[in-house]
Design a protein around this ligand. Sequence first.
Ligand SMILES: C[S@@+](CC[C@H](N)C(=O)[O-])C[C@H]1O[C@@H](n2cnc3c(N)ncnc32)[C@H](O)[C@@H]1O
Length: 336
Amino acid sequence: MTTQISSLEFTHFPVMLSEIIEISNPKKGGVFIDCTFGGGNYTKALLDFPKTKVIGIDRDDAVISIARKMEKNFKNRFKFYHLKFSQLEKVCKDNVDVILIDLGLSSIQLQDFKRGFSFKSKEKLDMTMGLSDNSAQHAINNLSENQLTLIIKVLGEEKDAKKIARNIVKARTQKKITRVDELVEIIEKSKKKNYYTKINPSTKTFQALRIYVNKEITELINGIIKASKLLKPGGKIIIVSFHSIEDKIVKYFFSNFSKNKSKPSRYFPEEVNDNSILFENYNNKALKPSQKEININNPSRSAKLRFAIRNKKDFFYPKSFIQKFKKYLDIEAIYV
Ligand SMILES: C[S@@+](CC[C@H](N)C(=O)[O-])C[C@H]1O[C@@H](n2cnc3c(N)ncnc32)[C@H](O)[C@@H]1O
């Protein structure tokens, strides 16, 4: 299924847009970075406020034409960079008011069956978001059984990872696995039928492969560290995440490097070392889409929005944050 580029614009339904606008407060103007431009919905909503300047970033080359059109319509107020957000320092140096990261896939990517993200596809196993040096096909046909087990278990939180990995290796000794439907068949044969869940049996394995192929956790960790460096005092970083690994990382970063970080116990004295914090404040409880939004756009149901406000202190590199999630970074670094 291929879609005309011109019709891609706004085919992605934006998640929690009204909350994004309320928290980022574009009415008073300022510099905004939309790190995950996608269908351009957040960017467009920010540009509708006349005093804003927006920088858009996306790794997907399918959205470049949408962004270039927007650059023409908003001369001097919008600039797009085809980059990964782990390369944020390439777009500006400091003084940013708001940085937005809306994680995961866009509908533009999911609905284009040629890209291999949807388990309804019968096309090539690709799963690259753009600017990736790997593919699901390469991973499936070259990683060892143990490596596949680790990736599917940890990045997909799939309890049948071992069986799925074993059956992938068995199948590829007969014939190279090249198409999405071939992988779906292997996964379905590896898992017991569960009549009590509506979740597709391939969901977790596909999530794992997509995260691995695009090094999504490495991107997230480096991206949010760099975003914190670019924000001005009082500037906000807003993140919408869609699965538990992403949310765990965002929650840890905001809560552990914030002034209002939670104390180990209410009996402990308030003792926050000012030199170890990057944020003045953060929202302790993640915001979720309203039932009304979920009814209109079902994929939004798993979204969680968190934000934090940069403090006045100079940036420091949060080494302990990297250390904490090294397990994921090491898995994403596996390459054969
Ligand atoms: C959920 S969509 C964003 C949709 C957008 N907020 C909208 O409402 O139109 C996520 C987008 O982020 C992009 N993306 C994901 N990871 C990225 C990364 N590390 N660097 C740059 N872009 C990334 C994807 O290619 C995709 O286009």
